[in-house]
Every structure is written in structure tokens, then in C-alpha cells.
Design a protein around this ligand. Structure first.
Ligand code: FAD
Ligand code: FES
Ligand code: MG
Length: 282
């Protein structure tokens, strides 16, 4: 049945993986594209990148980090439940079917999920793929085996040194950029991480593509919520992106706009937690 969750599992204590029946979307989605779902009838619209797809099975895989009300509610759904709505594929496909040469694919935290289909396609196109994934601590790393499986070289970093190298993805990337020719970098993760990756690659003159996640509402270029500034021009991430040339992105503005509704979001989450406690108390 369309929109049915056929599989659900936890990747980390705060990250859920859902395999969802969506034959229409699975038939033509491409790496880099996303969906907007509503978990329940009264829910918010939540944009999530298509982390994987199976055209034969008619399924897509979504990986969601529980951060606020809507993603926590989504996290309560189980295999057999149905999403209230699912729209997609949205956004432009990433340019990952070309051969660039050596491509460093850098993923931070849950950003490793959208990175995976891109790294896989780049590998299939004949590129030498260098996978670098990082997280605050070992428990928060996701898709290690998957990224490793499509990489010619593979590195893991954790801020606290609990797995791989202690430090940031930029530490490893800088070492690689000093050692060898890299033709392109794909960086997907927290905005601050993407900003620092871009600052580094700009010094080396290596083209860097980032995937932007501003607040989105309709996802079709109508509402203007996802406005970002790229190369001094206003772009709508939902229709002009979400992938952009990282050296042209105004990251400060993006971070500011992401915080725009923080007070309302915290209030909504607090109310939701109270409701959950009341329901649990019976
Ligand atoms: P809230 O408490 O409402 O918000 C927490 C923070 O999340 C906000 O401060 C804001 O920065 C951001 N956010 C809130 N609402 C939205 C919204 N409508 N659109 C975008 N950001 C929002 N997260 C994943 O875990 N996995 C993914 O694969 C993934 N892919 C994304 C792809 C795109 C194109 C975009 C735009 C976002 C993606 N996100 C992804 C982020 C995810 O959509 C937000 O974390 C989620 O909407 C937060 O909802 P909430 O109600 O739980 O949190
Ligand atoms: Fe409305 Fe992009 S989400 S214009
Ligand atoms: Mg919300």
C-alpha cells in the first residue's frame, strides 16, 4: 500500500530509518532529491532526503533524526503504519553521474544519509571516491558500512576520539588535499561543518557542492520559506537546489534563517512532551 512503512529500525538512539512503499517516487527519483511528508493528519510538513531507493520493490528509504515535535512524532510510527502524506521527488537531482576523477564525499552526522546515494552514483560513474564521515561520538555515526562499501578510501572521525581519528572531518580532508589532487568535494552535514569544509576547499581551489536544508514549507517554489543567497542571488533551495556551489553560499544568513522559529518550535515540542506524559499516565 502506498505510503506504508514496510520497515523501521534505529540507526542510533536519535536516528530512525524507514523503508516506505512509494512506487511512483521510487520509479524516477535520483540522488540529491527529497520528499516532504506528513506523519499524521495534523502534522507539519517534514522535508527528508531520499537516502536510498529500490525501483523494483517500489520503496524509498528515509533517515530521520529526532530533533523536535514532528520528527519525534514520526519516530513513534512503526512498520505497518502509513504516512498521512508523501510528496516527491522534489528538488533537482545531484550531478553525480559524471566522471570528475577523485571526489571526496564528506558527511557529518545525519548528513551521511543524503551523502550515501551520491557517493554510490559517483563510484558507479567511475570516480575515485574518498569517503570521510564524522560525528560527535561513535554512537552517532551512521551508514559506515554503506559509505565504506562505495569508497576507494574511507576515513572516520569523531570529535571525542571514540571511533576513528579524533577530530573533525576537515582535519582528514585537509591532510588529503595537501597529499593529492582532489577534483571535487561533496559535503553534506550541519551548516557549520559545510561552512568550514568550504572555507578549506576554497584555499585549495577545489569545487565543493553542499546540500542546503533551510526551512521548507511547500517545497515547490511558491512560499519563499527556503530562500537562500548563493553568489549574491536569491535562490529557492527546494526548486533551485538543494545542492549548490558551496563557495557561493551565504552560510551566516542560512544559519540565521534556520533559527527563525526556534521559540515556537521549542514551545510546540514542550507541549507535545506534556501530552505524551499525560497519555502515558493514562
Ligand atoms: P523543530 O523543533 O520544528 O525544528 C528543529 C530545527 O529543524 C529548526 O530550528 C529548523 O532549523 C529545522 N526545521 C524545522 N522545520 C523545518 C522544515 N519545515 N524544513 C526544514 N527544516 C526545518 N533531517 C533528517 O534527519 N534527515 C534528512 O534526510 C533530512 N533531509 C532534509 C532535506 C531537506 C531538503 C531539508 C530542507 C531538511 C532536511 N532535514 C533532514 C531536516 C528536517 O526536515 C528537520 O530536522 C525537521 O523538519 C525538523 O522538524 P521538527 O518539528 O522535528 O523540529
Ligand atoms: Fe516554499 Fe521552497 S519551500 S519556496
Ligand atoms: Mg517542527
Amino acid at each position: 500500500m502506498d505510503n506504508e512503512i514496510v520497515e523501521k529500525r534505529s540507526l542510533t538512539p536519535a536516528v530512525d530509518l524507514f523503508v516506505v512503499s512509494a512506487p511512483e517516487i521510487a520509479s524516477h527519483c535520483e540522488p540529491g532529491q527529497f520528499v516532504i511528508l506528513m506523519a499524521g493528519e495534523k502534522g507539519e510538513r517534514v522535508p527528508l532526503t531520499i537516502a536510498d531507493f529500490d525501483r523494483d520493490e517500489g520503496t524509498i528509504t528515509l533517515i530521520s533524526q529526532r530533533v523536535g515535535k514532528s520528527t519525534h512524532y514520526l519516530g513513534t510510527l512503526k512498520a505497518g503504519d502509513r504516512l498521512y502524506s508523501l510528496a516527491g521527488p522534489l528538488g533537482l537531482p545531484a550531478h553525480v553521474h559524471e566522471k570528475y576523477g577523485t571526489v571526496a564525499c564528506v558527511g557529518g552526522g545525519v548528513g551521511t544519509a543524503p551523502l550515501y546515494p551520491q557517493a554510490r552514483a559517483l563510484k558507479a560513474a567511475g570516480n575515485h571516491v574518498i569517503g570521510i564521515i564524522g560525528a560527535r561520538t561513535a554512537d552517532l555515526l551512521i551508514l559506515e558500512e554503506e559509505i565504506k562499501g562505495v569508497s576507494d578510501e574511507f576515513y572516520v572521525t569523531t570529535d571525542d576520539g571514540t571511533k576513528g581519528e579524533k577530530g573533525f572531518v576537515t582535519t582528514v580532508l585537509e591532510r588529503i588535499l595537501l597529499e593529492k589532487q582532489v577534483d571535487r568535494v561533496i559535503a553534506i552535514g550541519p551548516v557549520l561543518m559545510m561552512k568550514f569544509v568550504c572555507r578549506l576547499t576554497e584555499e585549495f581551489g577545489v569545487k565543493t557542492i553542499v546540500s542546503l536544508n533551510p526551512i521548507m514549507v511547500d517545497g515547490t517554489g511558491m512560499c519563499g520559506a527556503c530562500r537562500v543567497t548563493v553568489g549574491g542571488e536569491t535562490k529557492f533551495a527546494c526548486v533551485d537546489g538543494p545542492d549548490f556551489d558551496g563557495h557561493q553560499v551565504d552560510f551566516e544568513e542560512l544559519m540565521e534563517r534556520q533559527r527563525f522559529f526556534r521559540e515556537e518550535e521549542e514551545l510546540a515540542f514542550e507541549k507535545y512532551k506534556q501530552e505524551c506524559r499525560r497519555n502515558a499516565d493514562g
